[in-house]
Design a binder for this molecule. Structure first.
Ligand SMILES: Nc1nc2c(ncn2[C@@H]2O[C@H](COP(=O)(O)OP(=O)(O)OP(=O)(O)O)[C@@H](O)[C@H]2O)c(=O)[nH]1
Ligand SMILES: [Zn+2]
Length: 194
């Protein structure tokens, strides 16, 4: 096990009360949290959102991406379902980090798309891995899930890590003129299903 569960507490949100559980990666200095809603019944597939960190979208209301609205939709769908788990996956900028994401934004301001910008900076289009997410689900005794995502890459990765994804539930948000190119690139170059 690469993850250590640190502690848990009640987290009241505008959608309802969640249980926030903190996890620390043993080898690296990263931490992740799981927000658990309801009494999880592991005899049925659990609704799960794995939300990769996006400080600009999640906290600063950025219109460059769809993250903030997807996060809000996830809270809504999980609470409507009555049970579910939101994993906040601390791999900012598809795991190139916040400062490199700002570099990538600067390149996009000059006309590159999100994939080209990553390449110019010496990264692959997506540097994320989902080891810790799969481990969190295993610690929570969840093996079969319905995943809130538009990204088939996440499903493949989780399946390889022993998590069975029986359903994909899309998270479609309203487009704006600032995120339109970003979403088109995700669909064309990264296989996202909108
Ligand atoms: N490198 C880089 N990362 C970005 C950029 N815009 C958003 N991100 C990061 O992308 C991650 C979210 O990935 P997305 O491709 O938007 O969505 P996803 O998680 O693959 O798929 P969904 O489950 O459908 O949300 C977050 O970590 C964001 O910080 C960008 O232009 N460059
Ligand atoms: Zn974002």
């Amino acid at each position: 096990m690469n993850l250590k569960k640190i502690d848990q507490a009640v987290l009241p949100t505008k959608w309802g009360n969640f249980n926030i559980i903190g996890f620390q990666e043993k080898n690296k200095n990263k931490n992740h949290v799981a927000l658990v809603y309801g009494n999880i019944d592991n005899n049925q597939p659990i609704l799960v959102r794995i939300h990769s960190e996006c400080l600009t979208g999640d906290a600063f209301f950025s219109l460059r991406c769809d993250c903030g609205l997807q996060l809000q939709q996830s809270f809504k769908k999980i609470t409507e379902e009555g049970q579910g788990i939101l994993i906040y996956h601390r791999q900012e900028g598809r795991n190139i980090g916040l400062l490199n994401k700002i570099r990538a934004y600067a390149l996009q301001d000059k006309g590159l798309d999100t994939v080209e910008a990553n390449h110019v900076l010496g990264f692959s289009a997506d540097e994320r891995n989902f080891f810790s997410c799969a481990e969190i689900l295993k610690i929570l005794n969840v093996k079969t899930i319905k995943l809130l995502t538009n990204n088939p890459f996440k499903i493949k990765n989780l399946s390889k890590l022993g998590i069975k994804v029986v359903e994909r539930i899309s998270l479609i948000v309203t487009r704006n003129e600032k995120n339109d190119n970003y979403l088109k690139t995700k669909a064309m170059k990264m296989g996202h299903l909108f």
